[in-house]
Ligand binder design. Sequence first.
Ligand SMILES: [Zn+2]
Length: 246
Amino acid sequence: METLHVFREQGRSARHDSGGDNGVPNEVEEQAKRAVRDAGIQMARSGLVAGTWGNVSSRVSQREMVITPSGMDYFKLEPCDIVTVDLETLTPRGRWKPSVETPLHAAIYRSRPEIAAVVHTHSTYACTVAAARKEIPPILDEMVQIAGGSVKVAAYSLPGSNELVEAVLTALQGRTAALLANHGAICLGRSIQEALVTAVVVEKAAKVFILSELIGGAVPLGPKEIGIMREFFLNRYGQRLQETIE
Ligand SMILES: [Zn+2]
């Protein structure tokens, strides 16, 4: 699996905002903003997104998440540019407008309590399969371990729409990744690091799926093997995953 280094830039300090009135310590919120800023840079450097497309968020409490602002260059973002958003009301708190996909990120956190981070990518091979409106079958061990099985494709709807939210939540059932028809991929994790690794693994699986089609088609794994590997990843693979991202 491709090694993924989560970018940590030293010496750049966040300007502190007025956090703390929401029950979340300033430090926790600031840390989450830094992690989201770093993950955005990592996504751009890894080629998972280009320009200002895609977005990243992290849950900071049961009530709030922090998310990248709409349409801003990842390499120019400071932690203080990341926007705090109420998961129920979608009310933003920050200096910029939050990502257009804010309703989708919030809906995922509301319906998936185990999820702590969401990344939305426009990577080439995932987009290719998404444009063909096909699902990625369960063809690789690491894919079924981290994503939970096949990566389904959500029916097409315009970015930012309620219809897209519903379609993506449906495609994500029992999974930590989904494709968005003619658009990209969305990947979830119990941490930002895990969500980023999921995005890399989904991109690899999409590439392998496309290449396999050229030589007769991939043979999918069976439900029993998928169940065993997913359980192993969730409950016994933590230390080994940590080693791959350090
Ligand atoms: Zn997008």
